[in-house]
Design a protein. Structure first.
Length: 165
């Protein structure tokens, strides 16, 4: 599931509402094999749900965990143009900051999140730090091979941004 559940609920909101109850979190997330784009953003609320990974790991200790990563400036460009720029506008309003301040905040948050994930999953065989801008898809296919049959031909670049921040 990609950020919005079939019930039209932002899954980050659904996850956050169940964080204190491991069983409720398991039940909520169990219908899906994978979930991504865990952000709930408005001018009054900004939740980066990817930071909930310790709760996911606690609820699903035998799951596979993937830290998708890429060049930070490319990631920032993508965020700036996301939803025709309205994502950045919501972040600026929420943080009471201008564009450069938000970009600096996002850089720091990304560095902290990456360090926390790498520390949390250190030497965990069911974790991969996957660089989408450098790693061949065969690396991901091999990582998931014990439980999933995926062909490299099933993967492609989709909606690659060409704009600059």
């Amino acid at each position: 599931v990609h950020w919005l559940s079939p019930r039209k609920e932002n899954i980050t909101d659904g996850i956050e509402a169940r964080l204190a109850d491991r069983q409720a979190l398991r039940e909520y997330l169990s219908p899906w094999t994978a979930y991504s784009d865990l952000v709930s953003a408005s001018e009054t609320r900004f939740v980066e749900g990817n930071g909930f990974f310790p709760a996911f790991h606690d609820a699903f200790p035998q799951s596979y965990f993937v830290l998708n990563d890429r060049d930070v400036e490319a990631w920032l460009r993508s965020r700036v143009q996301h939803s025709n720029g309205t994502f950045l506008q919501r972040a600026m309003a929420y943080h009471g900051a201008d564009k450069e301040q938000v970009l600096d905040l996002w850089r720091r948050q990304l560095a902290q999140h990456t360090a926390k994930a790498l520390d949390h999953f250190a030497s965990n065989p069911r974790f991969i730090h996957f660089r989408i801008d450098r790693d061949p898809i065969e690396r991901m296919v091999g990582f998931l091979a014990p439980a999933f049959t995926i062909s490299p031909s099933d993967w492609m670049v989709h909606k690659k941004s060409k704009a600059r921040a």
